[in-house]
Design a protein around this ligand. Structure first.
Ligand SMILES: [Fe+2]
Ligand SMILES: [Fe+2]
Length: 192
């Protein structure tokens, strides 16, 4: 799907649908972190107007997603607990180069890959016969929106870097991402 080089292990879906409370809490944190990440991109690159404009829209949408998930938690009487962290995102971020302009390219493409993987997993959840129709609809809406974010990050990358450079670095990072995903332990979290 999108630029991904591997598919999620079906064992993850089995674990996820049996632990929807943990999945929904982790998901709320993912949306909150996606919004925070958009703000940190604005902090890092305030002179890049197109990037700033795209991040303003993205932050709005991610906070809207956070609100959806938070409301779902509230309506189910689930209390949000502290973030347990995201090993997948940490490992992928270790591949961001330190020097500019490569750093900007890698930040954008790592974000694109995280959006793509989230998108793949929301689609898997939306197809599971084990969850309610209401939740299926909810995940399907998020699938479409996160696919749009994948495009936002890759479009911005192509605005500031030559298309060939973007393509080849995305290819390299997607291979690394697939390797990280292969070694995940199928835990009840969005990127587990
Ligand atoms: Fe989101
Ligand atoms: Fe997103």
């Amino acid at each position: 799907m999108l630029c991904l080089k591997s598919e999620t292990n079906p064992a993850w879906v089995e674990v996820a649908v049996k632990n929807m409370e943990a999945i929904m809490i982790d998901h709320a944190h993912c949306e909150r972190k996606a919004a925070s990440n958009g703000i940190s991109m604005i902090l890092r690159y305030p002179e890049k107007a197109e990037l700033v404009k795209a991040m303003i829209d993205l932050v709005d949408e991610e906070m809207e997603h956070f609100r959806f998930v938070f409301d779902e938690l509230q309506s189910r009487g689930i209390t949000m607990t502290r973030d347990k962290g995201d090993i997948y995102a940490q490992k992928l971020s270790e591949n961001i180069r330190k020097q500019e302009p490569q750093k900007l390219l890698d930040l954008l493409l790592v974000d694109a890959l995280i959006e793509a993987r989230s998108c793949e997993r929301f689609l898997l959840l939306s197809k599971s016969p084990m969850i309610s129709d209401e939740l299926k609809e909810f995940y399907h809406r998020l699938f479409a929106s996160e696919a749009g974010h994948y495009r936002t990050f890759t479009d911005i990358a192509r605005l500031y870097f030559p298309a060939d450079t973007v393509k080849s670095r995305l290819e390299e990072l997607a291979i690394i991402e697939a390797e990280i995903v292969k070694n995940l332990s199928n835990l009840p979290s969005i990127h587990g």
